[in-house]
Design a binder for this molecule. Structure first.
Ligand code: NAD
Length: 359
């Protein structure tokens, strides 16, 4: 039976990337029943919303989506599609595999890590008190009463980390490890300083770990983790982190594997799972058939595994690895110099992959 999947091409370079990815996914022989839906600046200009209800309804119905990037214009009152998606579908786990494929120029060729980032709590919860406001004054007064004075000219952001939020993200990390043949989960934190938020995260991770006896568990203080990731990346496997550290380490991981064009992502929630690249809409390249579709295609690989189409997932991933290893029919960002005239376009990269899969 065909898999019903919501396809959101997005804007900027999104539609070109989505088209290339769709062709590659279809070339596996797996059947899809695509429900194509809009999001981003183009539909905003036409309909006054970047995220129409019908797109959300489709995701709620199909429970699986693949999404091209969407632009968030600065200072327009325009809400980020990704923030809306995360809130509406409670996409609490952001999973970002960072694997360095042979043939990519990187100083960290041994990198093969998976970052599991909590997506709903921590300093990103949006509980903020602007300097000079009445709410800020009341909060400072309350804190002073507890013997915790804060300077009058301070802005304040609150960092909530719960048992509920920590447990479900740590379980996600262990379950991902089990389902994908991974052997170790590392929890990253700053529990030595933030005892009641990061400390709680670590305590819950330690409580959950024995439920997965076949997976090794360890923890690292976040600064030490960053140091070790760039000195001994081969020692790390699945890494689970609260929201802020997860955001930062995700980009570190993308840099370690050779750039944004290669970093995929999965947002897993209680209501649906949405697969998308780490990078944005790269609007300056819109319509040029130029950017690298690997990140969205690897997000498609994660989607295939989520749909239990493991054989097809392996075939796409192996073809990507092989085309990158050969280094001929690859996009500009994977060539030795950015102006290399032998670079192929987004669409021709997809053609090369399909040819590789069919060999
Ligand atoms: P970006 O990731 O779009 O692009 C930054 C640069 O990275 C590009 O100019 C390009 O040189 C390179 N790059 C990105 N993707 C590439 C690819 N696939 N192949 C080759 N090179 C690639 O980041 P930005 O310019 O900061 O953001 C543009 C817009 O995208 C903003 O509005 C931002 O809010 C949005 N954004 C969306 C998402 C998302 O939808 N998930 C994520 C991040 C940013």
């Amino acid at each position: 039976m065909a898999h019903e999947v919501t396809l959101i091409p997005g804007d900027g370079t999104g539609p070109e990337l989505a088209d290339a990815t769709r062709r590659v996914l279809e070339a596996t022989g797996v059947e899809f029943d695509w429900d194509e839906q809009p999001a981003g600046v183009d539909v905003y200009e036409e309909e006054g919303t970047p995220f129409p209800d019908r797109t959300l309804d489709s995701l709620r119905r199909t429970k699986v989506g693949i999404k091209g990037p969407t632009t968030t214009p600065v200072g327009s009152g325009f809400r980020s599609v990704n923030v809306l998606l995360r809130k509406e579908l409670d996409l609490y786990a952001c999973i970002r595999p960072c694997k360095a494929y042979e043939g990519v120029r990187t100083r960290f060729p041994e990198t093969d890590i998976v970052i599991v980032r909590e997506n709903t709590e921590d300093l990103y919860a949006g509980i903020e008190f602007e300097k000079g406001t009445e709410d800020n004054r009341k909060l400072r007064e309350f804190l002073a009463g507890l013997g915790a004075p804060v300077r009058e000219d301070a802005g304040i952001s609150i960092k909530p980390i719960s048992v509920f939020g920590s447990e479900r993200i740590v379980r996600s990390a262990f379950e991902y490890a089990q389902a994908n043949g991974r052997t170790r989960v590392t929890a990253a934190h700053k529990a030595n300083i933030m005892k009641f938020s990061d400390g709680l995260f670590l305590e819950i991770a330690r409580q959950v770990a024995p439920d997965y006896p076949d997976i090794e568990f360890e923890d690292r203080i976040i600064d030490n983790l960053c140091n070790q990731l760039v000195s001994r990346p081969e020692e790390y496997d699945v890494i689970v982190l609260p929201n802020l550290y997860g955001d930062i380490v995700s980009d570190l991981g993308a840099g370690m594997i050779g750039g944004l064009g290669l970093a995929p992502g999965a947002n897993i929630g209680t209501e649906a799972a949405v697969f998308e690249a780490t990078h944005g809409s790269a609007p300056k390249y819109k319509g040029q058939n130029k950017v690298n579709p690997t990140a969205l295609m690897l997000s498609g690989v994660l989607m295939l595994r989520h749909l239990d189409e493991r054989d097809a997932a392996d075939r796409v991933e192996n073809a990507i690895a092989e085309v990158i290893r050969k280094g001929e029919k690859v996009t500009y960002d994977l060539k030795p110099t950015r102006d290399d005239e032998t670079a192929v376009g987004t669409s021709e990269f997809a053609d090369a992959l399909i040819e590789e899969m069919n060999q």
